[in-house]
Design a protein around this ligand. Structure first.
Ligand code: ATP
Length: 591
């Protein structure tokens, strides 16, 4: 496929305001793509080079793109930079500079999608001494042979700023439409995606072997599985009722979720966001090799710094700090990381996802029976709400976050938030029993004392899975430090847009719209009904439309942006509605 064709579609995607239209445009592109090419188109549209677990980084900063534009167009670096200051989008700057180029076009022939993608792979692979010049040359050659519209996306792609607003669910729906003409195969494709975490591979498999080939896709070691997620319920009674009267209850550790993949002497670790974090945890690798004897295995757990002598757990922030470069060795001695394992997904060349929890767990306990650093989570099996409550109390006293209840008969449900896992956390007076993760879809300019930051708060949204849309639930104006405000303004300035992105549903108009990309964690006092937000919005008998909103929302956490969550992994509309229902009922524990 010619790159110009894909660029045409990208321009259309940027301009549409309806999600259905987006799917139509994407479907057309996918239908016309060939084998070996469709995966490239999928990765490009996702704004990545390869799936997250491959860890392929472009290694390209704005200054480098500016230099490449200068080389390719004959403008000076200063001129490019001055234009960028005006547009705020290097894509637009590249387009303008290409249009008015002072040099003759080097367009000997038009670029194909593969030409551009393969060159970007080269850009990413260029490292070491002289790599900056090497990257500039590769990019400049691409700019020089591109049309102005192509130049726009060549600049944006390696900066992770495509501004298409397309998410995985949209791509999956377009793939389904490509193969069956409708949404019919979307859930099957999603299942395949959940076990391999590689949308490019799903697309290639579909193109090559149709839905039959998709059905036969299996879990494999070194390809992370999208994590199972937990629902919430406020009381022990409700949890047990939902679990048909009996459940396993595990301690809930506030650490770092790790998926461990082992084959022979090779071990790889993946984060909750499916990034390869192997190099961050040499001690967990060593412990796995020493304590897990099985040849091929995938299991999952929570890594947390734990002092065995004092039986003390360290909070998430400190566990992470423990991973910082300096003094890893000393810290590792002082506070060794433990992996509290809670699930088994693959063993003995067999996919265990469909096995019931009780069987997976029994096997896991057997495997780890002699473990010292990798140990199963503390657990009980109970029918009694009272026992569940005292187990919860005990967990809190030990400095843990709460508990996780698991349905004994349920399979491992990859990539979905279901009631087969239910979490219960401590709640504080006057606050929701849990924080929520909101997607930034806009921001406001500062007024009064905030004017100097050009930042006066965020417009936050939740994700509606059914609609694949982001619905606003709150304006967040407090909880920011001055540093965070400056950083947010800088960061959001790069993804701002004049018009509302297609997958955003909002009535409130921020000063700037932002493409859904970043997630922040917010605490609030309660959830209320509100006419100004679109989260769960429904027409009332009197004709007015009412949604849900957060009361007294404030940003929490030292780092504003949650690096471990993509927009589609934010709190969902469904969860907000459930939390609204739950706050009316008695909370479990108030302290
Ligand atoms: P989520 O991961 O569900 O999106 P979140 O990031 O806000 O939500 P929590 O609500 O605190 O996290 O709870 C879920 C996380 O708890 C899991 O992703 C996992 O990392 C962690 N966890 C700790 N202990 C357990 C356990 N025993 N079983 C399953 N998960 C556990």
């Amino acid at each position: 496929m010619q790159f110009s064709k894909l660029v045409d579609s990208y321009e259309k995607l940027e301009a549409v305001s309806s999600r259905l239209k987006m799917i139509e445009i994407l479907t057309e592109v996918l239908k016309e793509s060939g084998k070996g090419e469709i995966s490239k188109i999928v990765y490009m549209t996702q704004g990545t080079l390869l799936p997250a677990f491959e860890g392929a980084e472009f290694g390209v900063a704005e200054k480098l793109v500016e230099e490449a534009i200068a080389v390719a167009t004959g403008f000076t670096k200063e001129q490019v930079d001055a234009d960028f200051k005006k547009t705020g989008d290097l894509g637009l700057t590249a387009q303008r500079m290409r249009e008015n180029s002072k040099l003759k076009s080097m367009r000997a022939r038009s670029n194909t999608v593969s030409d551009v993608y393969d060159t970007m792979r080269k850009v990413a692979a260029t490292s070491g001494q002289g790599s900056k010049e090497g990257k500039i040359t590769l990019l400049a050659n691409m700019f020089a042979s591109a049309t102005p519209a192509e130049a726009k996306y060549i600049a944006r792609y390696p900066l992770g700023q495509l501004r298409l607003g397309v998410g995985d669910a949209t791509i999956l729906e377009a793939l389904s439409a490509m193969s069956t003409g409708n949404r019919e195969s979307k859930s099957m494709l999603e299942e395949a995606y959940n076990i391999c975490s590689d949308l490019g591979e799903v697309a290639e498999t579909l193109l090559e072997g149709g839905v039959e080939a998709i059905k036969s896709m299996r879990v494999s070691v070194f390809k992370p599985i999208r994590p199972a997620l937990a629902e919430r319920l406020p009381t022990a009674e409700q949890i047990l009722e939902r679990m048909n009267g009996m459940a396993a209850v595990e301690h809930k550790y506030d650490g770092f979720r790790l998926q461990v993949h082992k084959s022979g002497k090779k071990v790889r670790l993946f984060s909750r966001r499916l990034e390869d974090v192997t190099d961050m945890f040499p001690d967990i690798i060593a412990a796995t090799l020493a304590e897990v004897k099985d040849e091929k295995i995938i299991f999952e757990g929570e890594a947390i710094a734990y002092n065995e002598a004092t039986k003390e757990f360290l909070p998430f922030q400190e566990t992470i700090q423990r991973k910082r470069k300096h003094g890893i060795a000393e810290k590792a001695e002082e506070l060794p990381l433990h992996l509290f394992a809670f699930d088994l997904m693959y063993l003995g060349n067999k996919d265990w996802l469909k096995e019931p929890y009780k069987k997976r767990r029994a096997e896991l306990e057997k495997i780890l029976s002699k473990g010292k650093r990798i140990i199963p989570t503390t657990k009980i099996i109970t029918k009694s709400p009272k026992e569940l409550e005292s187990f919860f109390e005990e967990a809190i006293e030990e400095g843990l976050e709460g508990i996780m209840t698991k349905d004994l008969e349920a399979p491992y449900i990859a990539g979905a938030r279901k009631f087969s896992w239910i979490k219960l956390k401590r709640s504080y007076k006057g606050e929701l029993s849990d924080t929520v993760d909101l997607v930034i879809i806009g921001y406001f300019l500062g007024k009064g004392s905030r004017a100097e930051f050009k930042f006066g708060g965020l417009l936050g949204a939740v994700y509606n899975e059914k609609r694949d849309m982001f619905e606003t639930v709150s304006r967040i104006g407090s909880g920011f430090t001055e540093v965070q405000m400056t950083e947010l303004e800088k960061l959001l300035g790069k993804t701002k847009t004049k018009t509302k992105p297609a997958r955003v549903d909002a009535v409130v108009e921020p000063d700037f719209w932002v493409y859904p990309k970043y997630v922040v964690t917010v605490m609030a006092d309660e959830i209320t009904k509100s006419p100004t937000h679109t989260c769960g919005r429904e027409k009332q008998k009197d004709g007015t439309e009412v949604g849900y909103a957060l009361r007294f929302p404030r940003l929490v956490g030292d780092t504003a942006i949650r690096q471990d969550k993509s927009p589609e992994e934010a709190t969902t509309t469904k969860e907000i509605i459930e939390m609204y229902g739950q706050q009316k009922k008695v909370g479990v524990k108030e302290s």
